[in-house]
Design a protein around this ligand. Structure first.
Ligand SMILES: Cc1ncc(COP(=O)(O)O)c(C=O)c1O
Length: 454
């Protein structure tokens, strides 16, 4: 598949007019049937009316759409053009340092105003909500990347924004909270005393560090009870993953321009959105037999959803308010340890990513956080840009693959998603340098206990 590069450009930039104007919906090309979300009470497939209290109808339609391409509305395109198209970079200096025979490319999503891939869907969700009369959006956030993306997007489309932020991140990453305040959002640490879900968790464990599952329960409860309020999710759901495919569609054009098609596509996975955004347009080629590209999804060893979890129906949140989704999961009650990659602390995984992994199209791999930070620092010292701890998971896997290629005398083209910069995660780097960062391992007994509860 690898083609000799006609040029050795380190930065491949698209013109503004070359930004894709449609999203790619992989549901149209799946070689296996999808599993419907089930109603939490009846256990029957949910219908559009079940989801209407939480989401605008256009997003519900996208969630179940079988159309291969969906047009990006012009106001969303205009918002995306604030930072898109994003550059594709060749990591020439890292390649040289690793003495690898591989070629390493990355799609740089850290240049958006909030600093990650998350606003690609946030602007779309804010637009559709505004168009259908929503006044206020609620959401959860782990590391604060998603919360700051939605705060930014709701400001662009003149909506109010309420963010439930996982308590440990609220304490570890105070400047993410400041960003949300700049864009006019309200932010509370979760579990909070604003909702019954939060009150219940705090009564059980007053010291709870929170989790994405708990924060989702709080945000849903807040939205479900109010006519003018809807809920917005930053990952996991089909429509969210689809909004991210603008990344991969740009990358396809850029890789063509570089004269190199990837043999391996890599991304970190929390709920699966940045990985899918880059991977799905390339997976289309694999699903239709036009490529043999491999796809590697990298997760933390402290939250090994795909490498050690079970493929089963489970709730998306902790309390059990969401529809049941068929996915890899560690159980909705699982609260991962407080690792620095807050955006990867999620018990479940997008059903689309889970299904594709279950059918062998995606390979999962897990790393402990100190090895991840070794890679983050090595990357920053070679390439300059400081990655978010989440992104550094992908970088760990890329470095290992590049070294393996050298040892085997192979020369694959590797492409990874640089999902966000780490300039607001410097406390995590301090902890790494101070030697106070620890690795969390989950015993087999604990994993068995978690999945047995499913
Ligand atoms: C920079 C960054 N990368 C990756 C993720 C993981 O989310 P997802 O798997 O939906 O891309 C997050 C989540 O907050 C993030 O902030």
């Amino acid at each position: 598949m690898s083609i000799q590069a006609p040029e050795t450009a380190t930065r491949i930039q698209l013109d503004e007019r070359e930004m894709p104007t449609r999203w790619y919906n992989i549901q149209a090309d799946l070689p296996f049937p999808g599993s419907p979300p089930l109603h939490p009470a009846t256990r029957q497939p949910v219908g559009p009316q079940d989801l209407a209290p939480l989401f605008p109808m256009e997003l519900i339609k996208q969630e179940v759409s079988q159309e291969r391409y969906i047009d990006i509305p012009p106001p969303v395109q205009e918002a995306l053009r604030l930072w898109r198209p994003t550059p594709l970079m060749r990591a020439v200096r890292l390649e040289r340092e690793l003495k690898t025979t591989a070629r390493i490319y990355y799609k740089y999503e850290g240049g958006s105003p909030p600093g990650s891939h998350k606003p690609n869907t946030a602007v779309a969700q804010a637009f559709y909500n505004k168009a259908e009369g929503t006044r206020r959006l609620t959401t959860e956030t782990g590391a604060g990347q998603w919360g700051s993306a939605l705060a930014f997007a709701t400001k662009l489309f003149d909506l109010e924004c309420m963010v439930y932020m996982v308590r440990i991140s609220y304490e570890q990453k105070p400047y993410r909270k400041s960003m949300m305040h700049v864009w006019g959002a309200e932010v509370v640490p979760s579990p909070s005393d604003r909702t019954q879900a939060g009150q219940r968790i705090r009564a059980e464990n007053p010291e709870s560090t929170g989790s994405l599952g708990i924060a989702i329960s709080e945000a849903i409860e807040d939205a479900a009870g109010k006519d003018d309020t809807k809920y917005s999710l930053g990952s996991v759901l089909n429509h969210v993953l689809m909004h991210q495919t603008i990344i991969g569609q740009e990358a396809l054009q850029q890789m063509e321009r570089a004269g190199a098609m990837p043999d391996l596509v890599v991304g970190c996975v929390g709920g699966g959105s940045n990985f899918s955004g880059l991977a799905f347009p390339f997976l289309r080629e694999r699903l239709t037999g036009r490529s043999k590209t491999r796809f590697l999804a990298v997760e933390p060893a402290a939250c090994p959803t795909m490498t050690r979890g079970k493929f089963a129906y489970d709730f998306g949140d902790t309390i059990g308010m969401t529809p049941l989704l068929e996915m890899y999961t560690l159980g909705h009650g699982f609260v991962p340890d407080g690792i620095h990659a807050g955006g990867l602390r999620y018990h479940g995984m997008a059903p689309l990513v889970s299904g594709l992994a279950n059918h062998g199209f995606i390979e999962p791999v897990a790393y402990p956080q100190r090895a991840v930070f070794d890679a983050a620092v090595q990357f920053a010292r070679a390439e300059g840009t400081i990655p978010a701890p989440e992104t550094a998971h992908a970088i760990r896997a890329v470095i290992d693959e590049a070294v393996r290629a050298r040892e085997r005398g192979e020369s694959p083209v590797i492409l990874f998603n640089f999902s966000g910069h780490g300039l607001l995660d410097l406390a995590a780097y301090d902890s790494y340098f101070a030697g106070t960062m620890s690795d969390v391992t989950l015993s087999e007994a604990r994993i068995q206990e978690l999945v047995a509860a499913l």
